[in-house]
Design a protein around this ligand. Structure first.
Ligand code: A3P
Length: 347
């Protein structure tokens, strides 16, 4: 047996081999990310980096029973997922802004199907991760939260469901795209790095405490949870002609929201009027979403929250420019050129 094979402790239904990141490598990562309570894992092919709790849910996620009326919002972290979740749900279920459900928590209306991988196996029953979803308690009264709050909520949600994931297309059953519509959002890697750096400092479950250039090294080497970004984007980009896949750039949403909403309206088949689309645009604007707040900030580090903002940080396309030194920008430009060599042009 090859030495490398000895580290593989499981093969998933998707065919991916699971390797644990432990020992010295994990210790070094944990120094920079003290919030990681468990080990990380790497999946091959793809070299996907995830939390080891993923192995508990992976086959159920792969075999998830999708329905033809489902819409999946799929992105690498920090590409504008939350914004797009709210846009898609509002277009489908609340275009006149008169649905009282619209006032409930976004995570309950648009479950993050892989969120359960962030909950350690030994989390106490009163952990906010296990107890914060009123929809789970209502729709799954007899279910054990340890079997996945958001996975079971996704199963129980009535049609038409809108579901969020940060997992790549490659980790789902190949029939996914032939069954459901997928909205895939991408963002300029420099903006993603700045936003993910903030996120990783803000939330104690990650707890990163280094500067941006150190974080960028993790990002470019594919060593952050849900990495590698370039493989994530490539998997969707290569299927961009599929009629059930709709690609959006965050920067396009920012530049001309009505144009993007009209494109989405055609893709989703929602047949909304311009008046309705204008309402959706206003309702999902950065300021309105920030004012409505999302529960996430209750998990945030108070210091980072106060000094640099919460989950709704800046909401801009070019904010990264003020954070990058010319050297870091040059390094990242070279990296983007090398890794995103499949025809994509970021904005
Ligand atoms: P910044 O950190 O650059 O501000 P995700 O939802 O994938 O985690 O992405 C979060 C990023 O999207 C954050 O970027 C956040 O501020 C931004 N965002 C969230 N809601 C938004 C909105 N309605 N309009 C514009 N940007 C939004």
């Amino acid at each position: 047996m090859e030495e490398e094979d000895l580290r593989v402790y499981m093969v998933l239904k998707s065919g991916h081999k699971v390797e644990v990141v432990d020992g010295e490598e994990m210790e070094a990562i944990r120094k920079d990310f003290p919030g990681y309570k468990t080990n990380l894992i790497r999946l091959t092919p793809g070299r996907w980096l995830l939390l080891d709790r993923y192995t508990h849910f992976a086959n159920r996620l792969y075999d998830f029973k999708w329905r033809s009326s489902d819409v999946v919002v799929m992105t690498y972290p920090k590409c504008g997922t939350t914004w797009t979740q709210e846009i898609v749900w509002t277009m489908r279920k609340n275009p006149d802004l008169d649905n009282p459900e619209g006032a409930t928590t976004l995570l309950d209306r648009v479950p993050f199907i892989d969120f359960d991988i962030f909950v350690p196996e030994d989390a106490p029953a009163d952990s906010p991760f296990l107890s914060m979803s009123p929809a789970f308690r209502k729709l799954c009264p007899d279910a054990d939260p340890k079997d996945g709050v958001y996975l079971q909520l996704s199963e129980a949600l009535p049609d038409p469901r809108t579901i969020k994931t940060h997992l790549s297309l490659s980790l789902f059953h190949p029939s996914l795209l032939d069954t459901v519509k997928v909205v895939y959002v991408m963002r300029n890697p420099k903006a993603v790095a700045v936003s993910y750096h903030h996120h990783s400092r803000l939330f104690s479950e990650v707890g990163f405490h280094g500067p941006l250039d150190k974080f960028v090294k993790y990002f470019t080497e594919g060593n952050l949870v849900y990495d590698p970004y370039w493989v994530h984007v490539k998997a969707a980009w290569e299927l961009r002609e599929h009629p059930n896949l709709h690609l959006i750039f965050y920067e396009d949403l920012k530049a001309d929201i009505m144009r993007e909403l009209r494109r989405l309206d055609t893709f989703l088949g929602t047949h909304l009027s311009d008046t309705q689309l204008a309402k959706v645009a206003e309702h999902t604007s950065f300021n309105q979403m920030k004012a409505r707040r999302i529960d996430y900030d209750s998990f945030a580090s108070p210091e980072v929250l106060q000094s640099e903002g919460g989950f709704f940080r800046k909401g801009e396309s070019n904010d990264w420019q003020s954070k990058f030194t010319p050297e870091l920008e040059a390094d990242m430009d070279a990296w983007v050129k090398e890794k995103f060599d499949f025809g994509i042009q970021f904005k």
